[in-house]
Design a protein around this ligand. Sequence first.
Ligand code: PRP
Ligand code: URA
Length: 237
Amino acid sequence: MTETTTSSGGRPSLPMQGVPQPSRDEGLNLPRVHISSHPVMAHKMTALRDKNTQPPEFYRHVKEIGALLAYEATAMLALETVPIETPMGPMIGERLAGGIGVTPILRAGLGLAEGFREVIPDAQIWHLGLRRDEQTLEAMEYYNQLPHRVDLQVCYAVDPMLATGGSAIDAINVLKRRAIPRLCYVGIIAAPYGLLKLSQPHPDIDIYIAALDESLNDVGYILPGLGDAGDRQFGTF
Ligand code: PRP
Ligand code: URA
């Protein structure tokens, strides 16, 4: 998404160097952005960001944060009535109306998807592999296990880090071709830059995050962020 330019000496410059970035307040003003304000979330985020948190614990925190985000992001789901019998007699219960899809953007989205499955065990998991080229910051698709038959009421694209927004935009583009009635993006940390970029082509999706950070550094990493979410989950430093 971000073009690599060349400096006067002919050497490639850093992809986000000199790129103007919106303020945090601009991100906060977006209408469909939901930022968690739950104290348990804030507590877990501190442990997640800490550089001393090791991969097994880091993965566990991503999963737990995924479950909390799932709880918040599913608050608007549609219900339908269903007659049941309790041991005491008949009643009209409620159940989710239609299937739920979760699309983890590989690989860092895997931990978040696990958290979603804790909350919605029968969610369909649609794997989508996108890798960000670290020179150009453009996302490239390398894996797609999206089914062709769709019977979902909603699908959540999940990925911990919304940095330049390139991966999230591509993921939503792919999902939009599946004619799902409602799409949401769920992330852990967003940069204002990525949040505005994602909202421009996709103003119709709700975005759920645990934290909105300050900015991107020259190579497109979120500040203060947590480093590389994939490497920290899977120990590939
Ligand atoms: C990271 C992260 C996002 C993407 C965010 O993934 O998990 O998918 O970068 O950056 P963007 O908003 O600038 O697109 P990466 O491509 O490094 O792959 P990984 O999950 O395999 O580590
Ligand atoms: N991907 C990450 O894992 N971390 C960032 O800060 C940006 C992209």
